[in-house]
Design a protein around this ligand. Structure first.
Ligand SMILES: [Zn+2]
Length: 338
């Protein structure tokens, strides 16, 4: 694993499997890995990439390095509905007739995005109100209506995936439903090579955001923690993540993420004890953020939203576990310890 995983190219990561990092704008994520698989009659992709003007040329240049072209892509297996994974799959279908496969539980997400016609993260805004973070909610709303949005980037897939074997010619793949990052996120295990395409469910260096999508969620963090534990019930495999280099042990990284959330749950519970009664925003403001332990006020609005929603997700799990109580006052949830 190197720090320069995002350098353009086409990297052989297993027999007949190539990692292709496609550049991302603005985002701290730097690039999105799509994986090209050689099949008996062409290529299959895991994840589609972010549809931008330059994406087709970028992918063509990368595939040319192994004597291939995007026209050979017959199927695309997308781990989840987020823009950087899904939208270029739609463009590849338009140009080359590739079939798109997406987890069945992403269907409400697709419906909500196409109906809304903008980038406003509606459910996150509701969570911000529930956290007492009205100013942040208003700012996030203003920022996101201004963002460019192309509703035609999202269209329904050809096939909604259920957990189970995938019919990729010449391969033995198995899809597992891993809700948490989104409702219908899927991880694809390659049973022959013992590698796992983990999408954004398990990333090597960052903690994936939880439940950042449209539509209502019942305890997204609870679902996420169960989806991490589920990875440990199966054999260990080498990670092929959507952001970052390949090669880490899936089990080792799942254990780190579980430990991280256990630690954050403890910190969150202690903060509520100290504050006696507190909203999600008030708890988020006394916790520290990012690996650099930054204060809440030093984050930009988008990351204040992420931090507040993340805090609320931890508070909800603590209520579910019986460690905290919650009372709604004027639309704001106030948490106290039992
Ligand atoms: Zn994502």
């Amino acid at each position: 694993m190197t720090d320069s995983w995002d350098q353009p190219g086409c990297y052989r990561v297993a027999d007949g499997v190539f990692r292709i990092p496609l550049q991302m704008p603005q985002d701290g994520l730097r690039a999105i890995n799509v994986y090209a698989l050689e099949t008996t009659h062409g290529l299959a992709l895991v994840d589609g990439g972010w549809h931008r003007n330059s994406t087709h040329a970028e992918l063509s240049d990368a595939l040319a390095l192994i004597g291939r072209s995007p026209a050979e892509i017959h199927d695309i297996y997308v781990t989840h509905v987020h823009r950087d994974h899904y939208t270029f799959a739609v463009e590849l279908r338009r140009r080359h007739g590739s079939r798109i496969h997406l987890g069945a539980a992403e269907s409400p997400g697709i419906a909500a995005i196409t109906k809304l016609g903008n980038n406003v993260p509606e459910s996150s805004i509701l969570q911000l109100h529930r956290s007492g973070a009205v100013t942040i909610a208003e700012q996030v709303y203003r920022d996101s209506v201004d963002e460019p949005f192309e509703p035609s980037d999202w269209e329904a897939p050809d096939h909604w995936l259920s957990p189970g074997a995938l019919d990729i010619p010449g391969h033995r793949f198995f899809a597992v439903h891993t809700p948490g990052h989104t409702k219908g996120h899927m991880v694809f295990h390659d049973l022959e090579r013992d590698v796992s395409f983990t999408g954004d469910h398990v990333l090597p260096t960052i903690t994936p955001s939880i439940g950042f999508e449209l539509g209502d969620w019942e305890l997204p963090l609870g679902a996420y923690l169960r989806s991490l534990e589920m990875m440990l019930d199966d054999r260990d495999r080498i990670m092929m993540p959507a952001h970052g280099g390949t090669g880490a042990s899936l089990h080792a990284r799942c254990r780190e993420l579980l430990a991280h959330h256990a630690y954050r749950l403890n910190q969150t519970a202690s903060a509520v004890v100290e504050l006696r009664e507190a909203s999600g925003l008030q708890v988020a403001q006394v916790l520290t953020w990012t690996r650099r332990e930054r204060g809440f006020d030093s984050l930009d609005t988008f990351n204040q939203m992420v931090a507040t929603c993340e805090t609320l997700a931890h508070l909800d799990v603590l209520v579910d576990r019986g460690q905290l109580s919650v009372q709604n006052k004027n639309g704001v949830d106030l948490f106290s310890s039992n």
